[in-house]
Design a protein. Structure first.
Length: 477
C-alpha cells in the first residue's frame, strides 16, 4: 500500500522512543510503564483480558492500551497504569479485528449502504472487495475511507478481469466483469486500474493463457497482489503458483483427476465457443460436464502434485458457499435474527428464499463434500487459508456469514486458532501488512474484538461480541 512505508516509519520511531524511556526508568529503579500512557494519561486500556491471536497465542491477564488507531502497549495486568479510559476485560477474550476476505460491495445495490455497519457489528473491521466495476466501487471505497467514517478498512480489486466471453456481463446477473481479448488490452486495463488506486487484481475464469500471462506480468511489475479463479483454459498446477490467492477451490478438482490432461484438452475445445453462447452459459456447461466427473475420477498422486504446486498460494475456499448444503444458514439458531438486521426488502426476499429452499429436496452433496475433503488435504499439506464468504451471494448476510465460514473451516479440519488466523493474519500478510495488522501487539492498528466466550474452545464464540474497536473507535452493538 502507498502508506505502508510511512506507517512503518512511524511505528519504528515510537518503538525507539519507548525503548529509550524504558531504559531510563529501569536505570532509576522505577517500574516501567508506557511513556504515552504515563506521561499524557491518554488513550484507552482494556484491562485483565485474555488476548488471542495467531502470532502471540493465548495470553491471560493482559492489559492492552491503544491511543487513536494504534496499540501502544500490551503488558501484564499486574503492572500499574494511569490512563484516561478503562474497559474492564476480566473474564473476556480479545482477538484482532476480523476480515471478510471475499466480498462484493456493489453486487446488490439494496445492501451496499448497509454493509459497513453490518460488517462492523459482527467484528469485521477489514474487507477485501473481489469484483466491482470501477465507476461503481470507487465512490463506495471513497466513502468508507473518508476521515472519521464508521466503516471497515477496505481493499479493492476493481472488475473481474475476464476473457472474451464475460461471465458477469450484466445479463441475468450483475455486471462486474470486463472482457480482455488481447495481451495489450490486458496490460492497459491493469495499468489504468492501478492509476485509479486498486489494491490488487482479480483474474477470472474465462481468460486465455496469453491474457493470463499479460495480467500476471504487469501486476508483478506494479507490485499488485493477484487474486484468481483457476482459468478454465489452464490447469491449477500451472496457474496457481503464479497468483497470490485462489477463490472457491473451483476448477482444482479438474486437475486432481486421473484424466486431468484429457479434461483440459476438452475444455480448450469448448472454449473456442463456435456457437457464440454467453460466457455464463459456457462456463456452466464446462462445470456441468467436468466437475463431478473429475471428482469421481480423483487421483491422489495427481492431486498431491497439484497441492504441492499451490503450497505458497492462499486458498479462499468459501466453504459457507461451496458446502452450503451441508449446513444451510437456516439450520443455525440465530438465522432469523441475522435476517432481521437486513434492509426490509432484502429481509423479506431472503425469508421467502429460506422457506422455499428449506422445503426443497436435498441436493447433490458431492461437490460440497469434495470441498471439505480438499480443504483438509490442503491444510494437512501446509497450505494457507483465508476466510472469505462471497457476500452477498447465496444468502450471505454481511458480517454474519464470516462466522459461518469460520465454523465450516473448523469442521473441515482447521483448529480454532488456525481459523482465526485465516480471518486476521493471512489477509494482512496477503497485502504485506502483517507488521501493522493481524495481531494484538504494540505498534499494530487498533482493530480488535472483545468477546464474552473463548473462541479456542468453540469457534462460534467469535459471535459473542461485547465491543468492537475499529480504527481506535469503540463501538457497542
Amino acid at each position: 500500500m502507498k502508506n505502508k512505508e510511512k506507517n512503518l516509519h512511524k511505528i519504528l520511531q515510537i518503538r525507539m522512543a519507548q525503548a529509550a524511556v524504558l531504559l531510563l526508568l529501569t536505570a532509576c529503579g522505577q517500574h516501567s510503564v508506557p511513556l504515552r500512557a504515563a506521561a499524557n494519561n491518554v488513550g484507552t486500556a482494556i484491562t485483565d483480558v485474555t488476548t488471542i491471536d495467531a502470532v502471540n497465542g493465548l495470553k491471560e491477564h493482559q492489559t492492552v492500551i491503544f491511543d487513536g488507531d494504534e496499540i501502544i502497549a500490551v503488558q501484564d495486568s499486574k503492572d500499574h497504569i494511569e490512563i484516561a479510559n478503562v474497559i474492564d476485560g476480566k473474564g473476556q477474550f480479545l482477538i484482532p479485528g476480523l476480515w471478510d476476505f471475499h466480498v462484493h460491495l456493489t453486487y446488490d445495490e439494496r445492501l451496499t449502504e448497509a454493509m459497513p455497519d453490518l460488517f462492523l457489528s459482527y467484528g469485521i473491521t477489514s474487507v477485501r472487495d473481489t469484483g466491482g466495476l470501477m465507476h461503481e466501487i470507487l465512490p463506495v471505497v471513497e466513502n468508507m475511507r473518508t476521515a472519521g467514517a464508521v466503516a471497515p478498512r477496505v481493499f479493492f480489486a476493481g472488475p473481474l478481469l475476464d476473457g472474451e466471453f464475460v461471465v458477469y456481463n450484466g445479463i441475468g446477473r450483475p455486471e462486474i466483469g470486463v472482457p480482455l481479448t488481447t495481451p495489450e488490452a490486458a496490460r492497459q486495463q491493469v495499468i489504468e486500474m492501478h492509476e485509479q488506486g486498486v489494491d490488487f487484481i482479480k483474474v477470472y475464469e474465462m481468460v486465455k493463457p496469453g491474457i493470463f500471462d499479460a495480467l500476471t506480468e504487469v501486476a508483478n511489475e506494479l507490485s499488485l497482489p493477484i487474486d484468481s479463479h483457476v482459468p478454465l483454459a489452464m490447469r491449477a498446477r500451472d496457474a496457481g503458483p503464479r497468483v497470490s490467492s485462489i477463490e472457491h477451490l473451483r476448477n482444482i478438482e479438474m486437475d486432481c483427476a486421473a484424466s486431468a490432461t484429457e479434461l483440459h484438452s476438452a475444455r480448450l475445445a469448448l472454449l473456442k465457443n463456435e456457437s457464440g453462447i454467453a460466457g455464463a452459459e459456457l462456463r456452466a456447461a464446462m462445470h456441468s460436464e467436468q466437475r463431478l466427473l473429475a471428482i469421481e475420477n480423483y487421483d491422489e498422486t495427481e492431486c498431491d502434485i497439484v497441492i504441492a504446486a499451490l503450497h505458497e498460494t492462499v486458498m479462499v475456499p468459501t466453504l459457507r458457499l461451496n458446502s452450503f448444503i451441508l449446513k444451510p444458514p437456516w439450520r443455525r439458531d440465530d438465522w432469523e435474527l441475522a435476517l432481521s438486521r437486513l434492509p426490509t426488502k432484502v429481509e423479506k426476499d431472503w425469508l421467502f428464499q429460506t422457506e422455499t429452499r428449506r422445503s426443497a429436496p436435498a441436493g447433490d452433496l458431492r461437490f460440497a463434500n469434495w470441498s471439505m475433503f480438499l480443504t483438509k488435504r490442503m491444510h494437512d499439506a501446509g497450505v494457507a487459508f483465508g476466510a472469505g464468504t462471497d457476500v452477498p451471494i447465496n444468502l450471505s448476510v454481511p458480517g454474519y456469514s464470516l462466522h459461518s465460514e469460520l465454523d465450516m473451516l473448523v469442521r473441515a479440519g482447521l483448529t480454532p486458532m488456525e481459523a482465526i488466523e485465516a480471518a486476521t493474519l493471512i489477509p494482512a500478510r496477503f497485502f504485506g501488512l502483517e507488521d501493522e495488522m493481524g495481531s494484538i501487539s504494540e505498534g499494530q492498528v487498533a482493530d480488535m474484538v472483545l468477546l464474552a466466550g473463548n473462541p479456542l474452545e468453540d469457534i462460534n464464540n467469535t459471535k459473542s461480541i461485547q465491543k468492537v474497536i475499529s480504527k481506535g473507535q469503540i463501538l457497542n452493538y
